[in-house]
Design a binder for this molecule. Sequence first.
Ligand code: KG4
Ligand code: ZN
Length: 352
Amino acid sequence: MLILGIETSCDETAAAVVEDGQHILSNIIASQVKFHEPYGGVVPEIASRKHIEVINQVVVSAINEAGITLNDIEAIAVTYGPGLVGALLVGVSFAKALAYGRRLPLIPINHLEAHIYAVYLEYPQINLPAIALVVSGGHTEMILVKELGVYESLGRTKDDAIGEAYDKVAKWLGLGYPGGPIIDQLAITGNREAIRFPRPTIKHSKYDFSYSGLKTAVINYTKTTHHPLPVEDIAASFQEAAVDALVSKVMNAVQDMAAVSIILGGGVAANSRLREQLNAKTTGKDIALYIPSIVLCTDNAAMIAGLGFHKYNAGNRSDLSLDVNSNLKWEKWGEKWGKMGTARKMGTAPYF
Ligand code: KG4
Ligand code: ZN
């Protein structure tokens, strides 16, 4: 079954064609990074406008590159949340129009669930339960994957996402955008023990994070220290604090939940120190670590189309009243879209 996936939740306009939830025939991503660069972060209004400008071309490219025609598409899967409301609306409106025009089923996808599914595109066999860590500019989420489609949210950031903290710290230090790769690179030559920044954890909250305090600590350090250490040391020390909290909480969760795998997703999965630390903690133990290729870690539509196949088989489809949900929560899934395989069927429009 050929599914077209559409993703516009943040600053990437993406479309992909995936066969049977597994074989990626095309995966087109139009990044807007250069338009947001001058502002040091994603500007929601710009994101929506740029999505509108390119979405048609991105979808056409995805179909062409797959070597098929629109007639071959059997369903459309689209991200409807969480994300930027205006940005999500572009993808959802486009998907609805196409579904209506072609009389195709419309499958609503939770962006975070798709980030977890991304790993299945490369590793179809993952032993569960797993702890999934979705870390990007917009998310810092720790999720227990009981089975594909059955999740429990363990914790999340209470303020800034980890990637957002990287971007804001880099902006403050005048390093450029996006800050994650720049800080990661600088940190290689820095001393990660030079400055002991606070770990972004929350008292009495075992699996939640708070990255705003760490960002403020770095800003305060540069403001109040007369002779600050070289920027490499600041970068390495910041990174150590940022990664330390993630790794220790994930390992605690693995133990508490008797998990046998760790799944990483989101743009921060590219971070070299995070990978190094997770590798070190899992090597020689009965815990498998799964990190998809970077193109599948960052926002893409292959993960939307891939997950769409399973949602379709589970009967999860929407009529044309589908709306975006920018704050879509993990807890809501079970209620609204049900588990894979046992989901209740959503209303189907008369014209399907
Ligand atoms: O998944 P993504 O492309 O977009 C969303 O935010 O949804 O992730 C982008 C984020 C940015 O905040 C960027 O600074 C961060 O991922 N990032 C990194 C690294 N590469 C990208 N953060 C830390 N280390 C990296 N190597
Ligand atoms: Zn994302």
